[in-house]
Design a binder for this molecule. Structure first.
Ligand SMILES: [Zn+2]
Ligand SMILES: [Zn+2]
Length: 284
């Protein structure tokens, strides 16, 4: 079975996520200022929405729309600033996760079945070593692109120029809140949305034969730029739009719709026959 394998502690991941979170926990309160908080809120929203949700997830990973190369690079760069990884690594990880979740059996590591504390530890401090080599679908264009190769090698270092700039402009408060608190909250939040959206919420669709069903989560759906409408995403993985009902607020989709209005985004894919996985069945 391709699902067999072991969860192993990953020193590099643990030092990165753990170190940044530790600095954020220790430094956030003593360095709090209103301007540092605004900087944190605005930079988190921009990197998570334009960068991670739209650029990396809906764009690079699912190819749900097309934009000019300069804009694709800009959005991907913003996504890398979230601090989760480089473009090639994130595409491979997402494809691995998608494949595993859609099998009839799926390891708890990819299915988020364990209690929150263990799922947090597994996702941000461990990796999954497959018993038999598993090769995810790779995106040749992302693998061949020199800019994405550079981002892949340097994704952790991409925080440094911003750290220096923020420190020079706003001192320690801007450095701590603009880099450490932002990356800690964004990466922990990314895990939390994934954890909740695979466990709690309502479903309009059932994906036959898939071990893992996503849920549409009222608490996190809108907060996560639309990413928490996750049952919709499991059903229409290639759709640029994740919120389907009027209450399923989807900020990422609003941004893509704006890009389309401006003539910058083309071939925008929306929910329908063409983007639905073949084993999905409507529940109501
Ligand atoms: Zn999922
Ligand atoms: Zn996805």
């Amino acid at each position: 079975m391709s699902m067999d394998g072991q969860v192993r502690w990953d020193v590099g991941k643990s030092l990165w996520f753990g170190g940044i979170t530790l600095v954020a926990l220790v430094g956030a309160v003593p360095t709090f200022t209103p301007s540092a908080f605004v900087l944190f809120a605005v930079s988190s929203a921009l990197t998570l929405c334009m960068g991670h949700s739209v650029g990396l997830h809906r764009g690079l990973i699912h190819r749900a729309y097309r934009v000019p190369r300069w804009l694709e690079y800009t959005l991907t760069y913003l996504g890398v600033l979230v601090g989760l990884g480089g473009p090639r690594g994130l595409v491979r990880l997402h494809d691995t996760r998608d494949f595993q979740q859609n099998q009839p059996r799926c390891h708890d590591y990819f299915a988020h079945r364990q209690p929150a504390w263990r799922d947090y530890y597994w996702n941000l401090h461990c990796r999954f070593d497959f018993a038999r080599p598993f090769t995810p679908r790779v995106d040749e264009r992302v693998e061949a692109d020199a800019f994405y190769g550079w981002l892949e090698r340097t994704w952790k270092w991409q925080q440094v120029p911003w750290a220096v700039l923020l420190w020079m402009v706003g001192g320690l408060p801007w450095l701590v809140w603009g880099v450490f608190v932002r990356v800690a909250v964004s990466t922990t939040g990314h895990w939390l949305v994934g954890y909740v959206a695979h466990r709690h919420g309502y479903r309009d669709w059932h994906n036959e034969g898939a071990a893992v069903q996503g849920f549409n989560n009222l608490l996190f759906g809108a907060l996560s730029m639309g990413e928490g409408w996750h049952n919709n995403h499991h059903t229409f993985p290639r759709s640029a739009r994740l919120g389907l009902h009027w209450w399923e607020v989807d900020v990422g989709w609003c941004f893509i719709a704006l890009l389309r209005t401006l003539g910058l985004a083309t071939q925008v894919l929306v929910p329908g026959e063409g983007t639905r996985v073949h084993h999905a069945r409507m529940l109501r």
